[in-house]
Ligand binder design. Structure first.
Ligand code: C2E
Ligand code: MG
Ligand code: MG
Length: 637
């Protein structure tokens, strides 16, 4: 073989010194060359790895048996064969190969598909080295070829398994995320192109933008239908898991057949009975809601599973938006929330993500973490709603109702943040603040109206009673504000009064001993058990507004025959409760009085005090002061 001792390093085969000194040992040189040639020939012929020497015309000069066997030939068959008969020219990184042939690089490693004589593909790792002549010019290339078909197939299989669900053969969660992320990456690249185009000038860039941006370039959009079967758990439980599995397979097949068409589409099983249809090149939310409607329709047709007809419905959460406005995680999170809305709105329907509804949920979390800092910044305020004596129509006291004056969301109602404060424990410092603020206000009323004995009624959350030293907090609030204990009332719900195992809260007794009055709030919504109340240090029952719902419609001019039976029954129950409470030494307050007839009927039942919009809405402390002033003027004191 010519030139084989003229490899890239070109050293003397006798002494290994750089060439150019051969005349120093001429006899030895010939012998050495011959030895070298036979060594090389043996190595070439016996090598376990495939080898081929290729000329500059891309014709094979010589191939070894290992290489020939790899592609189904005898070694001599290959001499003179054009390499493109063995490898696909398209498949070659031609540029790199040409660089090699031109001598611009010495070695190249590529993974190649070779054509076997019987037509199948042989995957190989190929290392191509350039062989130069004595003056360093490129002469031949030597390819060393390793068959990696088996590894490759195994790898493919593993890759397939890791990206597909074994039951339904659908793409799994991992592949779904891979595609989703890719949609975002390609769009980010597209967006980059677009902005570069923008700076280059609209005209010159328009063509490039249109080509590049085909899928996701123009600030691409992405859409997702998150599908969950309704009542799948019941099917699993009643018919057995094998039926459940078969149903999932049938559902998957139907979804894939109907919705996996097109480049940018993916139907995946995300787990259990959850499927997703991803649209990487969405045209807008109508496309996605249309798709969701089709999905639901497609699944409506009963499934034939193990000889029985099974009907299922599905709920779908739809999210569609610009890629640059979102992240894969947010997209999925919102799809999940939207699916939940579909379920809670009645199932068998699709729901499109609603940012306002989403913001409400998001703000739940935000609000919870913002509570304590907001308290420190002084964003809370207490409003007061008068408690009016039904017998004389004067103000006896006022309930303290906390509000959050949020700098961004405006006034937030306690119904929204008290439960969050209870969950997070922020209720303890917040409740303490409300308590002290309310006592300070009641002390002001006492100073201005010493004879009115106006009390303040403060709500206590269960957690305040159980998790904090509420007795010390109350004592402290009374001491620092100078309010007599008898002018403080604490409102506690029935469930908060009774601890685990129905054990009443000890703190209650300590508070009562201090002289503070205890009221049971929202009575009628919980156990409504008057018997246990008699054993507790409780002074007041506050009947819940809903409990006297029958009183709500304005009375028909007091004519009993026109009243509904419901109203009568409610009145009798309230009347009986008032009597029983009085027998136990409790006073009764009614909540939610919105009109005069309700007030009058309650007065007739013997109810002591009332609270409601009819008398006054919750408001500034000054409004209560104004009412106290009117009372004083009327009584002439
Ligand atoms: P609650 O203690 O039962 O307070 C009465 C609720 O009824 C108040 O709602 C009040 O504004 C409302 N209301 C008053 N009159 C009428 C009426 O005529 N018709 C109707 N439909 N509603 C009326 P608000 O102020 O939104 O308070 C809601 C709940 O938040 C309170 O229910 C109480 O449980 C809790 N809350 C308020 N402030 C505090 C507080 O400082 N600490 C604690 N732990 N809870 C509080
Ligand atoms: Mg209350
Ligand atoms: Mg209440």
């Amino acid at each position: 073989m010519p030139g084989r001792n003229e490899g890239p390093d070109r050293r003397c085969p006798v002494c290994s010194a750089p060439l150019g000194h051969e005349d120093r040992h001429p006899g030895a040189l010939l012998a050495a060359l011959q030895a070298s040639e036979s060594r090389f020939r043996a190595a070439f012929a016996d090598a376990g790895i495939g080898m081929a020497l290729v000329g500059p015309d891309d014709l094979i000069i010589e191939a070894n048996p290992a290489f020939a066997a790899m592609i189904g030939y005898e070694a001599p068959d290959l001499v003179g064969t054009h390499i493109h008969e063995i490898i696909d020219p398209e498949d070659t990184p031609r540029r790199l190969y040409l660089e090699l042939v031109r001598g611009e690089r010495d070695r190249l490693r590529v993974e190649k598909q070779l054509k076997h004589r019987d037509g199948r593909v042989v995957w190989s790792n190929v290392t191509i080295s350039l062989i130069r002549n004595g003056s360093g010019e490129p002469m031949y290339t030597l390819a060393m070829v390793e068959d990696v078909t088996e590894q490759r197939l195994l790898g493919d299989q593993l890759a397939y398994q890791s990206l597909h669900d074994p039951l339904t053969r659908l793409p799994n969660r991992a592949l779904f995320f891979e595609r989703l992320n890719a949609a975002f990456d390609s769009s980010a690249a597209g967006a980059g192109t677009a902005s570069a185009v923008g700076t280059a000038g609209a005209d010159s860039g328009a063509g490039a933008g249109a080509v590049d941006g085909g899928v996701n370039g123009r600030g691409g959009r992405v859409g997702l239908c998150y599908v969950d079967l309704d009542g799948f758990a019941a099917i699993n439980e009643t018919l057995g898991h094998h039926i459940g599995d078969e149903l999932l397979v049938a559902v998957a097949a139907r979804l894939e057949r109907g919705f996996a068409r097109g480049e940018g589409r993916l139907v995946a099983r995300l787990g259990g009975d959850e499927f997703a249809v991803l649209v990487c090149d969405s045209a807008g939310s109508e496309q996605l809601t249309g798709l969701a409607a089709d999905l639901i329709k497609t699944l409506e047709e009963p499934f034939d599973v193990a000889g029985q007809q099974l009907a299922v419905t599905a709920s779908v959460g739809v999210v569609e938006r610009q890629v640059r406005e979102t992240t894969p995680t947010d997209l999925l999170k919102d799809a999940d929330a939207t699916l939940y809305w579909s379920k809670s709105d009645g199932r068998a329907r699709w729901t499109l993500y609603d940012p306002a509804r989403g913001a409400y949920q998001l703000s739940r979390q935000r609000l919870a973490t913002a509570l304590r800092p907001a308290l420190e910044r002084g964003e809370f305020a207490v409003e007061y709603q008068p408690l009016v004596g039904l017998a004389d129509g004067t103000v006896h006291g006022a309930e303290a109702l906390v509000r959050w004056r949020h700098p961004r969301y405006g006034t937030i109602s306690p119904d929204r943040f008290i439960p969050l404060a209870e969950e997070s424990g922020a209720i303890v410092p917040l409740g303490k603040w409300v308590l002290e603020e309310s006592c300070r206000q009641a002390k002001r009323w006492l100073t201005e109206f010493p004879d009115a004995e106006t009390f303040v009624s403060v709500n206590l959350a269960a957690r305040q009673i159980w998790d904090s030293d509420v007795v010390a907090d109350v004592a402290n609030a009374l001491a620092t504000t100078g309010l007599p204990a008898r002018l403080l009332q604490l409102e506690i719900t029935e469930s908060a009064v009774l601890g685990p195992g129905g054990r009443p809260v000890q703190a209650l007794q300590a508070l009562a001993d201090m002289g503070v009055r205890i009221a049971i709030d929202d009575f009628g919504t919980g156990y409504s058990n008057l018997a246990y109340l008699s054993r507790l240090p409780v002074h007041v029952l506050k009947l819940d507004g809903s409990f006297i719902a029958g009183f709500r419609e304005p009375g028909p001019g007091g004519r009993p025959d026109k009243r509904s039976r419901r109203t009568d029954a409610d009145e009798q129950i309230v009347g009986a409760m008032v009597q029983l409470a009085h027998a136990l030494g409790l006073t009764v307050t009614a909540e939610g009085i919105e009109n005069a007839s309700q007030a009058e009927r309650l007065r007739l039942t013997g109810c002591d005090t009332a609270q409601g919009w009819y008398f006054a809405r919750p408001g500034e402390a000054d409004r209560v002061s104004a009412m106290l002033r009117e009372d004083r003027a009327r009584s002439g004191s």
